[in-house]
Design a binder for this molecule. Structure first.
Ligand SMILES: [Zn+2]
Length: 316
C-alpha cells in the first residue's frame, strides 16, 4: 500500500462548477444520480443503482424533493454524478420495504468497483454530514444546502458551514523480526483482530497521536513511525491516516484491558495457520487495516493474498 498509486481519484470533483447553479441544473438532466436514504445508498449486491433525472421526477409521488449533491465528473468520459438525499413522504413501517433497493456502505463496500466505491464514499460522507447539520451552530436557525451540497448556509445570519472530516490514525505495529502486533476490541466479533487506531485530538500531530494511541492501547513505545497512505472512512465522518511503527520493545506489549482486551504478535506463518484453523478473523477487505495487513503479509516471497481469506466479520 502506498500513497503514489492512489493519488488520482477516478472522479474529478470539478469544484469550480459548484458556484454555477445553472450549469449544475443542466448537468443534473443527464447525470447518474445515486439515491440516499438515511445513510443507505441505492445498490444491489455488487454495484450502485443510479437513477436518471427523469426517474427521480416520477419518484416524487412517494419521496420528498430532498437535496442534490454534486459529486463530480468521471475523468473518463465526463459523465456527471450527483447524490440525491431524500426520504419517504409516508415512511413504510416495514424496514425491508423502506430500504428496498438500498444497502449500507458496510454491506456493499467490499464488492464495489473503484469508481462506485469512490462515489459511494463521497455521497455517504456528505449525506451523513448534511443530515446532522440541519441547523446553524451559531444561532440555531435552519441551514440550507448550497453550492452543489458543498456547504450549508444559515437562513438567518448567512454564516457558512462546511462538511467536517474527523482524522483518525491507524497503525501497523511491527518489531525487528518483522512480526506485527494486532489487538482485539471487546465490541468486535470473537477472534477478530486488527491494527490499532484512534482519533487525533486537538493540538496533536499525527505522529504524536500514533505514539499515544499505540502506548495507550498496546503498552509499547514506537521508535520509528512512517506514513503509508490514507483512506476516506465515512462511518460516519472519518479519514483514516495509515502509519507503520516499529518498536524495539515487543515484550512490553499488553492490552489496555478496556478498549483492547487481547493482543498478539504474528509472524507470517503464525498468521497463515491461525486463519486456516479459524482462530483468527481479519477486518473487512474494504478497510485500511486489512490493506495494511495484506501489504505486510505479501511483502515476503511465498505468502499469497489467498492465504488471508477469512469470513468477513463486519462490525454490526
Ligand atoms: Zn445562524
Amino acid at each position: 500500500m502506498s500513497a503514489r498509486n492512489q493519488s488520482l481519484s477516478p472522479i474529478d470533483r470539478s469544484s469550480e462548477l459548484r458556484i454555477d447553479s445553472a450549469q449544475l441544473a443542466l448537468l443534473w438532466q443527464s447525470a447518474q444520480i445515486l439515491p440516499l436514504i438515511e445513510g443507505h445508498i441505492g445498490a444491489d449486491e455488487e454495484q450502485l443503482r443510479f437513477l436518471t433525472a427523469e426517474s427521480v421526477e416520477t419518484l416524487l409521488v412517494s419521496f420528498e424533493i430532498g437535496e442534490r449533491y454534486f459529486l463530480g465528473l468521471a475523468r473518463d468520459g465526463g459523465q456527471a454524478f450527483f447524490a440525491w438525499r431524500t426520504s419517504w413522504i409516508n415512511e413504510p413501517v416495514n424496514e425491508d420495504i423502506k430500504f428496498e433497493g438500498f444497502k449500507t456502505l458496510r454491506e456493499v463496500g467490499g464488492s464495489l468497483s473503484e469508481v462506485d466505491l469512490t462515489l459511494a464514499m463521497h455521497a455517504v460522507g456528505l449525506g451523513n454530514w448534511h443530515a446532522k447539520h440541519p441547523r446553524c451552530s451559531q444561532c440555531g436557525a435552519e441551514t440550507i444546502s448550497d453550492l452543489g451540497g458543498s456547504v450549508r448556509v444559515c437562513s438567518v445570519d448567512s454564516s457558512q458551514h462546511y462538511p467536517r472530516t474527523d482524522p483518525a490514525v491507524i497503525v501497523l505495529v511491527k518489531d525487528a523480526a518483522d512480526r506485527i502486533l494486532l489487538g482485539h476490541q471487546s465490541i468486535w466479533p470473537e477472534k477478530r483482530f486488527s491494527t490499532f487506531a484512534g482519533f487525533v485530538e486537538p493540538g496533536e500531530s499525527f505522529e504524536e497521536c500514533v505514539s499515544r494511541e499505540v502506548f495507550e492501547e498496546a503498552g509499547v513505545y514506537c521508535n520509528d513511525i512512517n506514513y503509508l497512505a490514507s483512506q476516506a472512512w465515512p462511518f460516519p465522518a472519518s479519514i483514516m491516516i495509515a502509519f507503520e511503527a516499529i518498536t524495539d520493545h515487543p515484550d512490553t506489549a499488553k492490552a489496555d484491558g478496556v478498549e483492547i482486551t487481547e493482543i498478539a504478535w504474528f509472524s507470517r506463518n503464525e498468521m497463515k495457520s491461525a486463519i486456516a484453523s479459524g482462530a483468527l478473523l481479519l477486518p473487512p477487505t474494504i478497510s485500511v487495516a486489512r490493506k495494511m495487513i495484506t501489504g505486510w503479509y505479501t511483502a515476503a516471497p511465498g505468502y499469497e493474498v489467498a492465504d488471508l481469506k477469512s469470513t468477513e466479520a463486519w462490525r454490526p
